[in-house]
Write a protein that binds this ligand. Structure first.
Ligand SMILES: Nc1ncnc2c1ncn2[C@@H]1O[C@H](COP(=O)(O)OP(=O)(O)OP(=O)(O)O)[C@@H](O)[C@H]1O
Length: 272
C-alpha cells in the first residue's frame, strides 16, 4: 500500500543574511495510512519545520517528499492548495492564527468545509467531542485552551487524510487533553486519518501508536509500545540516546562487534 507520508533525505536550510541554519538534515521517514505518530525532540530539533514541510507550507531545500504517493514538488500552487484544503488538516502552535476570531466555533468549522461538501452533522459531532457543543461565543472571546480545541475540530472538519498538529494540547488540562487525543485516535481508526502530532506531553505520546524523535535535525529514535529504538541514518550514523552519553561520551572511540542480529559497541579506552 502507498505510504501516507514518505520523506527521503529531506533537508531544510534556513538562510538569514549570511547565516545558515540547518534545521533538518537527511530525514528519512515512512508513515503508513492510519498511523498516529508523536513527533518528539528537544526545542530547536526541527519538529515544527518537518510539520510545515508535510503541510506543504515549506519546500525542502533538498530531498523528496510524498503524501499518499504524490510528490509535493510536482504540484503547482493551485493543486497544492487544493490538496491542502481537502486532505490536510493543520493545527498550528498558536491556534488563534488559523481561526476567525469574530465567528462562532461552528462557523469556524463550517468555513473549513467551504469548497468541499458541507456536513453539518460532522460540525456538531466534532464540537461535541471537544466539549464545545452548542457554544455560540465568538472564538476571539474563548480561552486559549478552548481555541485550541476549536482548532482541532477545524482541522478534522473534512475528514483529512493527514492531520498535522503542533502541540495541540499545550493549553489543556489532562482530562481535556485526553479528549483531544481520543478524537485524533478515533479519526485514525474510523476514517484512516494519519496523524502526526508534535508534543512534549508524555500522556499524548504514550497514547499514540508510534513515536519519532527528532534530534539535531534527524530522526534519532523511534518507539513503539513504550520501547525506543535508535534509527540508522542513510550515512550509517546513529544518534546515541543521551542516557548512554556517560558510557560512550561524545568523541569516544568504540569497537564495532558484529552479533548475529546486529552489532555491539564496545568503548576502547586510550590505553587499550
Ligand atoms: N524562519 C526561520 N529562520 C531561521 N531559522 C529558523 C527559522 N525557523 C526555525 N529556525 C531554526 O531551525 C531550527 C529548528 O526549528 P524548529 O522550530 O523546527 O524546532 P522545533 O523542534 O519545532 O523547536 P520547538 O520545540 O522549540 O518548537 C532551530 O534552530 C530554529 O532556530
Amino acid at each position: 500500500m502507498t505510504a501516507a507520508v514518505r520523506c527521503a533525505g529531506v533537508v531544510q536550510i534556513y538562510r538569514a543574511g549570511e547565516l545558515e541554519v540547518v534545521a533538518l538534515r537527511d530525514v528519512d521517514l515512512v508513515i503508513e495510512r492510519g498511523e498516529t505518530v508523536a513527533l518528539l525532540g528537544p526545542s530547536g530539533a526541527g519538529k515544527t519545520t518537518l510539520l510545515w514541510m508535510l503541510a506543504g507550507l515549506l519546500r525542502p531545500s533538498a530531498g523528496r517528499l510524498w503524501l499518499n504517493g504524490t510528490e509535493l514538488a510536482a504540484l503547482d500552487q493551485r493543486r497544492l492548495d487544493r490538496l491542502r484544503a481537502g486532505h490536510i488538516g493543520v493545527v498550528l502552535q498558536n491556534p488563534a492564527r488559523n481561526l476567525i476570531p469574530y465567528a462562532t466555533p461552528a462557523q469556524n468549522v463550517a468555513f473549513a468545509q467551504r469548497g468541499v461538501r458541507r456536513d453539518r452533522t460532522r460540525i456538531g459531532e466534532l464540537l461535541e467531542r471537544v466539549g464545545l457543543g452548542g457554544v455560540k461565543t465568538r472564538v476571539g472571546r474563548l480561552s486559549g485552551g478552548e481555541q485550541q480545541r476549536v482548532a482541532v475540530a477545524v482541522a478534522l472538519a473534512n475528514r483529512p487524510r493527514l492531520l498535522l498538529a503542533d502541540e495541540p494540547t499545550s493549553q489543556l488540562d489532562a482530562a481535556t487533553g485526553r479528549t483531544v487525543v481520543d478524537l485524533i485516535r478515533s479519526a485514525a481508526a474510523e476514517e484512516g486519518t494519519t496523524a502526526v502530532v508534535v508534543t512534549h506531553d508524555q500522556a499524548v505520546s504514550g497514547a499514540l501508536g508510534r513515536t519519532v524523535t527528532i534530534r539535531d535535525g534527524r530522526v534519532g529514535a523511534e518507539g513503539r509500545r513504550g520501547e525506543d529504538f535508535v534509527v540508522v541514518g542513510r550515512d550509517g550514523g546513529l544518534l546515541l540516546p543521551p542516557e548512554f552519553h556517560e558510557l560512550l561520551p561524545p568523541g569516544s572511540r568504540a569497537r564495532v562487534v558484529p552479533l548475529p542480529q546486529g552489532v555491539a559497541l564496545h568503548r576502547v579506552d586510550e590505553d587499550a
